[in-house]
Design a protein around this ligand. Structure first.
Ligand SMILES: *Cc1c(COP(=O)(O)O)cnc(C)c1O
Length: 370
């Protein structure tokens, strides 16, 4: 369909950087630098410089990076780790993978991310860490959360899979806690052409433990100090990421412009609530999420107009079948549970045109006019 507006458009992005990407990929292949090596090192150094952090440890994906951080911190059986009720399951399944127990706090009704006011009460003697998730590209109140973690003597880990280069009072996501975890899944703001991830930290000893654990427990070949896992970044993915890193600032600005156009075009429609950017933060709009009454019917109306949408996420994590054993109900997470049938993510990608946004807005306006 020629008038189709996809949810994300990775082809449009590739068209803009095709020659550079093709050259980068073919260099990796002709040098057979498939695993580790020059291209991985280059990307780690480039990302560290762009982020202003001393250590970047690349790995296979953004789920592993969370797991690696927790294992390197010694989190395991008997421990508890707190995360947020509305996130992707990586934020909690990795807690269980260490042998620890996940616990959840609700989101707040304004910014739709971990409610910092609920955190303190959720901490108990078993709590070893908090995984704060900057969902959608929106920063949580990371300053307050960091204060609480420091006062309680527990680790703060940031899940930055949706918030590359988001800032809180000018400081980037991932630099507030002991380590930040990143996904470079293709659809993320900085995306590879396959699975990829990394963690960042200013703690050199932690970085070394992470690197060792991700590499079968060895820093030097055949010298396994511990048992680890195999979680590596491929050379091809690293080369793609190094090319894309040059453009991320522009792409972020384009996402922010698209969000501003949405705000303007969607203003004053009865039936929807627009996203509110937390004061003193920079939102990088991985997602442009709204709350919409009669969401299922709206989604169908948009689909009929050739407009794709998505839901992030349809069910709060603690209410999933996987966490039935925790015995939680919707009453334990009233904000998440109350919003789960209303949240809707509209098309969002750097190349999204103002005309396309006007079309999405017109379709939403016509839906609520009836
Ligand atoms: C994408 C994502 C992850 C996991 O990243 P993968 O690279 O797909 O493993 C973790 N947390 C959040 C919030 C995400 O959006």
């Amino acid at each position: 369909m020629s008038n189709h507006i996809p949810f994300v458009d990775l082809k449009a992005q590739y068209q803009g950087i095709r020659e550079e990407i093709d050259a980068a990929v073919s260099a990796v292949i002709s040098e057979t630098a498939f695993i580790g090596g020059k291209y991985v090192k280059q990307f780690e150094e480039g990302f560290a410089a762009a982020y202003g952090v001393s250590h970047v440890v690349s790995c296979a994906n953004g789920t592993d990076s969370l797991y690696i951080i927790m294992k390197a911190l010694g989190i395991g059986p008997g421990d508890e780790v707190i995360t947020v009720a509305n996130s992707w399951i990586s934020s909690s399944e990795t807690i269980s993978q260490t042998g620890a127990r996940p616990a959840f706090v609700d989101i707040d009704p304004v910014y739709w991310s971990m409610d910092e006011n609920l955190l303190e009460a959720a901490i108990n003697p078993a709590t070893k860490a908090v995984i704060a998730v900057h969902l959608q590209g929106q920063m949580v109140h990371i300053e307050r959360i960091a204060e609480i973690c420091a006062a309680k003597g527990i680790h703060l880990i940031e899940d930055c899979a949706q918030s590359h280069f988001s800032t809180f009072k000018g400081k980037k996501a991932g630099l507030f806690g002991v380590a930040g975890s990143f996904s470079f899944y293709p659809g993320k703001n900085l995306g590879a052409y396959g699975d990829a991830g990394a963690l960042i930290t200013n703690d050199g000893a932690l970085a070394e433990r992470c690197r060792m654990f991700a590499n079968h427990g060895a820093l030097v070949k055949h010298q396994h100090k511990i048992e680890g896992i195999n979680s590596r970044l491929d050379g091809i993915q690293a080369a793609v990421l190094s090319v894309k890193l040059k453009y991320i600032a522009n792409w972020t600005a384009q996402r922010q412009a698209a969000a501003a156009w949405y705000n303007e075009a969607l203003a004053g429609i009865d039936g929807i609530v627009l996203p509110v950017v937390r004061p003193e933060t920079e939102h990088t709009f991985h997602l442009y999420m709204i709350r919409a009454q009669r969401r299922e019917a709206l989604m169908e109306h948009l689909r009929n107009e050739g407009i794709d949408t998505a839901i992030h996420y349809p069910t709060p994590l603690p209410l999933m079948e996987a966490y039935q054993y925790l015995g939680k109900t919707a009453a334990d997470f009233p904000v998440s549970a109350g919003m789960m049938n209303e949240i809707l993510s509209l098309p969002m990608y750097p190349e999204l045109s103002r005309e396309a946004i006007a079309r999405v807005a017109a379709a939403i306006r016509s839906f609520y006019a009836n």
